[in-house]
Design a protein around this ligand. Structure first.
Ligand SMILES: NC(=O)c1ccc[n+]([C@@H]2O[C@H](COP(=O)([O-])OP(=O)(O)OC[C@H]3O[C@@H](n4cnc5c(N)ncnc54)[C@H](O)[C@@H]3O)[C@@H](O)[C@H]2O)c1
Length: 355
């Protein structure tokens, strides 16, 4: 039996996520929520194979949708600046909740979510991170975690290079253009979530943001929106370095980035969907796997089915919750380091964030 679910956000990126939910086996949309009812009705009407009458079940608040329909889970794909408020509302209505990254844009917002979760500890709390689910990402994770991969990680790096315009229309811009600190939370999180999913949190991080201002791309006022560098140190002493920019002039490896890892037993290289495993100077495996799907709908379908399995059977429940929250914490630790020019003890910082 699919889990009855409320879907928040019905246009733009959110619209494709509703399609992903309809395509999933584990979740079933019973109602939608959007403050723009007219656009939402149009959006829902164009979903393939949507449940009958779903377009008649659109409300402007999660509370109203939950009053009218029995739902156990909620997916939040509204605008970034309202995530934390909607997350708290959904948890307090008793629903397992997955909200697309970033679930919060400040430490105070993150604390509000954690307090709502402490009041409802049986509910799942997930930051949506859709780039860890495709076959290429899953294979990288396998080679990082399992004996037949690289063995113990000794060092690694990730480079991310894309050209992203923060203008969405003549008078509109993505929140990343005016909310501080969203490069790490909304750009880097797509790559480093895959590191956290495989290797957990590093012990320390030191980070810097790029001070670039590019009005043509909407990089005008906000701090920490153009790009960033971070050096992470794992408990065994392994360093991992990251460099990312939104101001690149091409997109050689897309949102997945370019990766290399060195381990005790071997070395790994990944350029988007191309993965190679080396051992003792020889190529042991050379694979081309599906990386991100066009429109990311299949990526989110995989994520939603994993969320449903975690709710229904407990499959990977702690891993999904702890590592996606861990990604938010690590991204905020990068911001903290870049603001204070300090090396951050991530374990201590995580305890403070989760207190
Ligand atoms: N993971 C990814 O790959 C990825 C890619 C693109 C966007 N995103 C994120 O997805 C989210 C949605 O992106 P978008 O471009 O669709 O955003 P958007 O601003 O267009 O909002 C989507 C919908 O949410 C509705 N909405 C706004 N405030 C609301 C509220 N308080 N209650 C209910 N509905 C509300 C809007 O009316 C709109 O229909 C953003 O946080 C964005 O950063 C993630």
């Amino acid at each position: 039996m699919p889990i009855p679910t409320i879907h928040v956000g019905c246009t733009h990126f959110a619209h494709g996520r509703l399609q992903a939910q309809v395509n999933s086996q584990g979740l079933q949309p019973v109602a939608c929520v959007d403050i723009n009812l007219e656009a939402a009705r149009e959006g829902v009407a164009s979903i393939d194979d949507a449940p009958e009458d779903l377009a008649e079940r659109i409300y402007t608040t999660i509370t109203e949708a939950k009053e009218k329909h029995e739902a156990q889970a909620c997916l939040i794909y509204a605008s970034t600046t309202v995530h934390a408020k909607l997350f708290v509302e959904s948890l307090n209505l008793g629903m397992h909740t997955l909200c697309v990254k970033p679930i919060a844009t400040t430490q105070a917002e993150f604390h509000e979510i954690i307090q709502a979760h402490k009041a409802n500890p049986g509910l799942m709390l997930v930051q949506g991170q859709n780039k860890r689910w495709n076959p290429a990402a899953a294979k990288m994770r396998e080679w990082l975690q399992e004996d037949e991969g690289i063995g113990e990680m000794l060092a690694g790096e990730c480079r991310f290079w894309i050209r992203q315009n923060l203008y969405t229309g003549p008078d509109s811009r993505q929140p990343d253009a005016y909310v501080d600190g969203l490069f790490f939370h909304a750009g880097t999180s797509h790559q480093l979530d895959q590191l956290v999913a495989a290797k957990g949190l590093p012990k320390y991080v030191t980070a810097h943001i790029h001070n670039r201002r590019d009005p043509a791309l909407g990089q005008i006022h906000a701090w920490g929106t153009a790009g960033g560098n971070a050096l992470m140190e794992y408990a065994n002493g392994a360093p991992f370095s990251y460099t990312g920019t939104r101001a690149g002039h091409a997109s050689p490896f897309g949102w997945s980035g370019h990766w290399s890892f060195h381990g005790e037993k071997g070395d790994l290289r990944r350029d988007a969907g191309h993965l190679q495993l080396f051992r003792l100077g020889k190529t042991v495996e050379d694979l081309n796997l599906q990386d991100l799907h066009a429109g990311l709908i299949e990526d989110d379908r995989l994520q939603f089915d994993a969320f449903a399995q975690a709710i229904a059977n407990g499959t990977d429940r702690d891993w999904m919750q702890d590592t996606t929250l861990g990604t938010w914490i690590l991204m905020e630790a990068c911001n903290e380091s870049a603001r204070t020019h300090e090396r951050i003890d991530v374990e201590t910082f995580a305890k403070k964030m989760l207190a």
